[in-house]
Write a protein that binds this ligand. Structure first.
Ligand SMILES: Nc1ncnc2c1ncn2[C@@H]1O[C@H](COP(=O)(O)OP(=O)(O)OP(=O)(O)O)[C@@H](O)[C@H]1O
Length: 289
């Protein structure tokens, strides 16, 4: 299937800093992607490149088959919601919603109203008087109601409290089921979104170190705990991400085939690794190497 986003050897340098460093990947039509990585890994820069807000130092970006920069046809199909979104000084909440309606061909006004009610947004209040959480809720509302074929959420929900964040995840999933599209969520709250995302893109210092379906990752990485020799034998053919010693026991986090049957026979304990742990382990290893 033709991808909706295609990126080849993409780099963006700011002086000596390689914010994005030789990245290649594709986003398929309809999928929820988690764009993960530590602070400064390059997530925002990558999304700015994909939405034509920054120019690449090298490489190519194709969004819906074209360069997104100053391309109105493409940009009307792309919604980009960020935490620090700025609005015109005089805007009230309802002006932002009206702008969304005018800008996005797929805008769903009824859905927007239901989100406004869900998040208890005061439509007549000036945007500059909103609390941080309300501002996040407004961004999330625009991002969801725009129903853009490609929607980027750059941590716009960090201002939301836990209840409102859950509301966002629930509304996103329910709406996605009825109106599939390509959604990219950048977040540090990996545990919270791990059931939501179908595909993981992990950046570390500008480089893409993981581009994989979440389901396949879940089964691939395990923690093996037991006597050192038994752990070594069992994990000999696996890719070791981390190792620690707990008294007489060794605990290794590995990626690769470790048979549950062999683990049982060897008296070694096998535990699944959460997406969050996996990201921590991989980024820690990449940082060392
Ligand atoms: N306009 C800029 N000028 C100079 N350096 C920049 C600029 N924008 C980003 N950078 C640098 O590029 C790197 C990547 O930043 P970016 O904001 O893309 O990371 P991030 O993964 O979104 O981080 P966070 O999770 O902290 O928001 C950082 O080292 C940052 O300091």
């Amino acid at each position: 299937m033709t991808p909706v986003v295609s990126v080849q050897d993409l780099s963006k340098r700011y002086g000596a800093v390689a914010a994005v460093d030789g990245v290649s990947f594709e986003l398929r039509r309809n999928g929820i992607y988690g764009l993960l990585g530590r602070n400064g890994a390059g997530k925002t820069t990558l999304m700015q490149l994909l939405t034509g807000q920054q120019f690449a130092t090298a490489g190519t970006v194709r969004v819906l088959g074209a360069d997104p920069a100053e391309n109105e046809r493409v940009l009307r199909q792309v919604s980009f919601v960020k935490e620090s979104q700025r609005y015109p000084e005089t805007y009230k909440v309802r002006h932002v919603l009206l702008a969304g309606r005018l800008l996005f061909p797929g805008w769903d006004e009824a859905f927007a109203r239901s989100l406004v009610a869900d998040f208890e947004l005061p439509v007549s209040r000036p945007v500059k008087k909103l609390s941080r959480g309300m501002l996040s809720a407004l961004g999330v509302t625009v991002g969801l109601a725009s129903r853009a074929p490609i929607t980027f959420f750059d941590e716009p929900y960090l201002g939301l409290d836990a209840v409102a964040r859950q509301l966002f995840y629930d509304r996103l999933l329910a709406d996605y089921a009825e109106h599939p599209r390509t959604v990219v969520l950048s977040t540090h709250l990996i545990d919270e979104v791990s059931d939501l995302i179908e595909h993981v893109l992990l950046l570390e210092r500008g480089r893409l170190v993981l581009d994989e379906a979440a389901d396949s990752l879940r089964g691939q990485v395990v923690t093996v705990t037991g006597p050192a020799q038994a752990v070594d034998r069992l994990t000999a053919n696996a890719d070791e991400l981390h190792r620690e010693h707990l008294g007489p026991l060794t605990r290794a986090t590995v990626r690769g085939a470790v048979s549950a049957g062999h683990a049982r026979e060897a008296g070694v304990q096998l535990e699944p690794v959460s997406l969050q742990q996996l990201v921590v382990r991989i980024t820690a290893r990449e940082a060392v190497s």
